[in-house]
Design a protein around this ligand. Structure first.
Ligand code: RUB
Length: 305
């Protein structure tokens, strides 16, 4: 359990972050933990796996990739521990392989939407969105990127480093410059933490202001999202929980202590309605947001996982 707890802590503290990376790390941790339980009987094995799954899922609430990855990895139909471990290892290995391949497919499909000369705006740090940008660049398209800082955790800094190392010309802006800068942009490309059954996108706070400004300026917004980022539980009417993070990320605790009439709100994600999104690029194709239900039905199953 110790290794699994270390992974859980890394996810909670955001040492491991981004919906895709979180999913892969959780699946790996669960798989490796299951392997350590070979001496148990099947009842105790199942109990331990469920407990471990809960520890992982409880680390962060918004990215549905996390519960999806855990559920897809842990399910088994075995009545003995050896077979159960084999199934879990095989589930997890194929989840990780598919997740890795999905990034390449999304890159290729999404790059079809990027034209030579395009200026792309992105927000936060999404590996799926960056896969599209890098693929378009690899195809020889003369592109450049405008990346937001993404306060308060400034994941935009990870993005500009990654793009710069790749040789892609990149401009960093503060989040509040999004609307002013939108006139210079051709297309917005962002990632996803969750996509609900009505096609709404839940992603890093500020994403919806990019989408709003893009709509006003008649620029397309495309979302890069693996199928495991769609939320089956939204079929039951469940809302995606928006993570509220500590005020320390926004203002120093000592300064805040001296401001008795001030409180700080630090929502980490926001919701972009489907009507602001042109296309969602998944590994199984580019779909309009209204087709979210189909992705959930065909790739995740109708019974919530
Ligand atoms: C990261 C974030 C990313 C999505 C998609 O938030 O909002 O846009 O997770 O990323 P945080 P990816 O830094 O709080 O985890 O495409 O890499 O899965």
């Amino acid at each position: 359990m110790e290794d699994l707890l270390i992974t859980a802590e890394k996810i909670r503290s955001m040492e491991i972050r981004g919906a895709g990376r979180i999913a892969v790390a959780a699946s790996q941790a669960l798989r490796d933990y299951a392997r350590t339980l070979k001496d148990l009987n099947i009842e105790d094995f199942n109990t331990k796996v469920e407990e471990a799954a809960k520890v992982l899922v409880d680390t962060r609430p918004t990215a549905v990739s996390l519960p999806n990855a855990v559920a897809l990895s842990k399910r088994h139909s075995a009545d003995n521990v050896q077979d159960a471990i084999e199934e879990i290892v095989s589930n997890s290995d194929s989840f990780i392989k598919n997740a890795t391949e999905a990034l390449d497919k999304i890159g290729w499909i999404g790059a079809q939407r990027i034209r030579d000369g395009d200026v792309i705006m992105t927000h936060c740090n999404s590996h799926a969105a960056i896969s599209i940008i890098k693929t378009a660049f690899d195809q020889g398209k003369d592109i450049s990127v405008i990346a937001t800082e993404s306060r308060p955790r400034r994941q935009g800094f990870i993005t500009i480093k990654e793009l710069s190392d790749y040789g892609i010309p990149t401009t960093l802006i503060v989040d509040s410059a999004v609307r002013l800068t939108m006139k210079d942009v051709d297309i917005v490309v962002v990632g996803a933490d969750s996509i609900s059954v009505n096609g709404a996108l839940i992603n890093k706070v500020g994403t919806s202001q990019l989408a709003l400004a893009a709509q006003e300026a008649r620029k397309n917004v495309i979302v890069a999202a693996e199928t495991y980022k769609f939320s089956p539980n939204t079929l039951l009417g469940e809302m995606v929980e928006i993570e509220d993070r500590s005020s320390d990320e926004v203002i120093d605790a000592e300064i805040l202590a001296g401001l008795p009439n001030v409180k700080v709100k630090n929502p980490s994600f926001d919701v972009t309605p489907a009507e602001y999104i042109d296309l969602i690029i998944t590994e199984v194709g580019a779909i309009p947001p209204v087709m979210a239900f189909t992705i959930i039905r065909d790739y995740l199953g109708l019974s919530p996982i």
